[in-house]
Design a protein around this ligand. Structure first.
Ligand code: HEC
Length: 138
C-alpha cells in the first residue's frame, strides 16, 4: 500500500511538472499554475474545475459566496460585497497580477474562506478553485 501511494505521488508530480512548464513565466514569486501544483501536491490529487466552480459560486451556509465579491465567472472586475471597493478579476487569464505573490494568495485564501465557509479551505478545495480559475479563458 505504501509503495503504491509513493508511485502515484511520483506520477502526479510528473504530470504537474508538465503543467508547470506549460505555464507562462512571470517576474513575481509564483503563478496560478504553480499554486495549482502546490495545492494539488498537498492534497495528493489534482484539482477539479467542476468542484471548484461549485465551491466558488455557492453559498456555504453564510451570507456570501466567493462570487459575491469576485463575480461569476470571475473574469471581470469584482466589487467588495460590503464596502463596494473594486476587485481585479480573479481568473489569471484576465489579470496578469493574479496569483503572482505567495503571501497574498495565502492571506486572501485564509481570510476569504473564513468569510464564506467559517473555516480555512482545505488544500483540495484550493486546488479545485485554482483548477476552475485556470479553466476560464478569454
Ligand atoms: C467579502 C468579499 C470577498 C469574498 C466573499 C471573497 N473574496 Fe477573495 N478577495 C477579496 C478581496 C478584496 C481581495 C483582494 C483583491 C486585491 O487586492 O487584488 C481578494 C483576493 C482573493 C485572492 C488572492 C488573489 C491573488 O491575486 O493572489 C484569492 C485566492 C481569493 N480572493 C479567493 C477567494 C475565494 C476562494 C473565495 C470564496 C471562498 C473568496 N475569495 C471570497 C474579497 C472577497
Amino acid at each position: 500500500m505504501a509503495a503504491m501511494t509513493h508511485r502515484t505521488h511520483h506520477l502526479c508530480a510528473a504530470l504537474l511538472a508538465g503543467l508547470l512548464a506549460a505555464g507562462a513565466a512571470t517576474a513575481a514569486d509564483t503563478s496560478a499554475t504553480q499554486q495549482l501544483e502546490r495545492w494539488s501536491a498537498q492534497a495528493g490529487a489534482p484539482g477539479n474545475a467542476d468542484r471548484g466552480q461549485r465551491l466558488f459560486t455557492t453559498r456555504q451556509g453564510g451570507e456570501w459566496s466567493c462570487s459575491s465579491c469576485h463575480h461569476s465567472p470571475p473574469t471581470t472586475g469584482g466589487k467588495h460585497a460590503s464596502t463596494g471597493k473594486p476587485i481585479a478579476p480573479l481568473a489569471p487569464a484576465f489579470n496578469r497580477e493574479a496569483f503572482t505573490d505567495t503571501a497574498k494568495v495565502d492571506k486572501w485564501f485564509r481570510r476569504n474562506c473564513k468569510d464564506v465557509l467559517s473555516r480555512e479551505c482545505s488544500a483540495a478545495e484550493k486546488a479545485d478553485v485554482m483548477a476552475y480559475l485556470l479553466s476560464l479563458k478569454p
